[in-house]
Design a protein around this ligand. Structure first.
Ligand code: PHE
Length: 354
C-alpha cells in the first residue's frame, strides 16, 4: 500500500509537469481525486492493511490527497500568470505598421460620383455644404415659395415625422439655411457659390427606376448680374468633366415654385449622339437636371434683397447621374447592400490613405 502510494505520488508529479493548459488540470484532478480516481482506489485498499498500520496508511493517503490538491492549485496559478504575461507580450509586440492582409473595401458608386462632382465644383470656387436629413415644413416648402395647401406639394409625397418634422424631399430644403449663412458675404462683394449633396426621401412605389431614398446635389449661385448663361456654363462644364467628353445640353421650360423661370436641363444622348436609340427612347435627349433662376420670394425669405441680387439653382439627381455614368439599369441596386455588385465601380487606382 505504502509503495503504491509513493508510486502514485511520483506518477502525479510527472503528469503535472506535462500540464500546460488550464482545461487539462481539471481532467487530471478527476483522474486522481475523482470518485473513481486513483486516490479512491487507494482508499479501497485500506481494508487490506493490517489494523496496526491503518492509521499511518490513512495519513499517507491524506497527505497524497493534500499534495495533489496543492500542486494543482499552484499549477493553475502558474498557468494563469503565464497566460497574462503572454497577452502582455502579444500586445507589446503588435505592430500597427504591418500591412493589412484583407481585401480593401470599396466606395459606393454614389459616393464616387458625388466626390467627382464635388471636386469639379470646388475647382470652380463653390463650397460644399452639409445639411440634415430631417428638417421641417418651413425649410422644405414654405421658405421655397410653396405655401401650405399649394398644389405643388403633391409633386413630392412627403414622409412626415411625429415630431412635426419631416424627411427632406429634396436638397432645395437647405437653400434658406445656406443663403442665410452666406448673405453677409454678398454685401462684401463675394458671390454665394455653394453645392449641397444629400439623401432625400419620397414616398414612391419602388421599381427599377423609382426609389423612396435617393441622392441629389443642389447648387446655387447668387450675385448681382447672374444670368441663365451662367447656369448653362456651369452645368455644361460639370457634365463634360463627369462624362469625359463635350456634352450638348438644352433647356426646356419646367415648373418649380422656387425658380422663375424654371427649366428642365436635358443632355444629348451620349450613346447615339442625338440620333435616337432605345436608351433615350428615340428622342436623342435625356432629362437630367431641373434648374432655374431663384425666385425673388426665396431670396427675400433668406433676408436677401431680391431687387439687387439674383441667382440660379439646380437640383442634380446624383442617383440618376450614377446610373447614367455606370450604365446601371435598376435603381434598386444602390440601396441593395449587395457588396459584390456595388464594389465593381470602385476606382481601382484608389489606395489606402497613409
Ligand atoms: N428640388 C427640385 C426637385 O427635387 C429640383 C430643383 C432644384 C428644381 C433646384 C429647380 C431648382 O424636384
Amino acid at each position: 500500500m505504502f509503495e503504491k502510494a509513493e508510486e502514485l505520488k511520483k506518477l502525479f508529479s510527472e503528469r503535472i509537469k506535462e500540464l500546460n493548459e488550464a482545461s487539462e488540470a481539471e481532467k487530471l484532478r478527476i483522474e486522481f481525486l475523482g470518485k473513481k480516481g486513483f486516490v479512491s482506489g487507494l482508499m479501497q485498499e485500506l481494508r487490506n492493511v493490517p489494523n496496526e498500520d491503518k492509521k499511518e496508511a490513512g495519513q499517507k493517503i491524506n497527505e497524497i490527497k493534500q499534495y495533489i490538491e496543492n500542486s494543482l492549485a499552484e499549477k493553475m496559478n502558474d498557468l494563469k500568470a503565464f497566460e497574462e504575461q503572454r497577452q502582455i507580450d502579444l500586445a507589446e509586440s503588435y505592430d500597427e505598421t504591418m500591412p493589412v492582409m484583407t481585401d480593401l473595401g470599396s466606395y459606393h458608386p454614389i459616393t464616387l460620383v458625388r466626390r467627382e462632382v464635388e471636386n469639379i465644383f470646388l475647382s470652380m470656387g463653390f463650397t460644399v455644404e452639409d445639411y440634415s436629413e430631417i428638417t421641417d415644413d418651413y425649410n422644405c416648402f414654405e421658405a421655397l415659395n410653396i405655401p401650405k395647401f399649394h398644389p405643388a406639394r403633391d409633386m413630392q409625397d412627403t414622409y412626415y415625422l411625429s415630431s412635426n418634422q419631416l424627411l427632406k424631399t429634396h436638397t432645395s430644403a437647405a437653400q434658406n439655411t445656406i443663403l442665410r449663412k452666406y448673405k453677409n458675404s454678398l454685401e462684401n462683394g463675394n458671390p454665394i457659390r455653394a453645392i449641397f449633396p444629400g439623401r432625400c426621401f419620397r414616398n414612391e412605389k419602388i421599381d427599377p427606376s423609382h426609389e423612396n431614398t435617393f441622392f441629389q446635389m443642389e447648387g446655387i449661385m447668387v450675385d448681382k448680374n447672374i444670368s441663365i448663361s451662367n447656369l448653362i456654363y456651369f452645368m455644361k462644364t460639370m457634365l463634360s468633366e463627369v462624362f469625359q467628353k463635350d456634352v450638348t445640353v438644352r433647356l426646356r421650360p419646367g415648373f418649380f415654385p422656387f425658380v422663375e423661370p424654371g427649366f428642365e436641363l436635358d443632355i444629348q444622348c451620349l450613346i447615339c449622339s442625338g440620333e435616337g436609340c432605345p436608351s433615350c427612347k428615340n428622342s436623342g435627349w435625356l432629362e437630367l437636371c431641373p434648374c432655374g433662376m431663384i425666385h425673388p420670394n426665396v431670396l427675400s425669405a433668406a433676408g436677401i434683397n431680391s431687387d439687387e441680387y439674383i441667382g440660379f439653382a439646380f437640383g442634380l439627381g446624383l442617383t440618376r447621374l450614377a446610373m447614367m455614368k455606370y450604365g446601371v439599369k435598376d435603381i434598386r441596386l444602390f440601396n441593395s447592400g449587395n457588396i459584390k455588385s456595388l464594389s465593381q465601380f470602385t476606382d481601382k487606382s484608389f489606395t489606402r490613405p497613409e
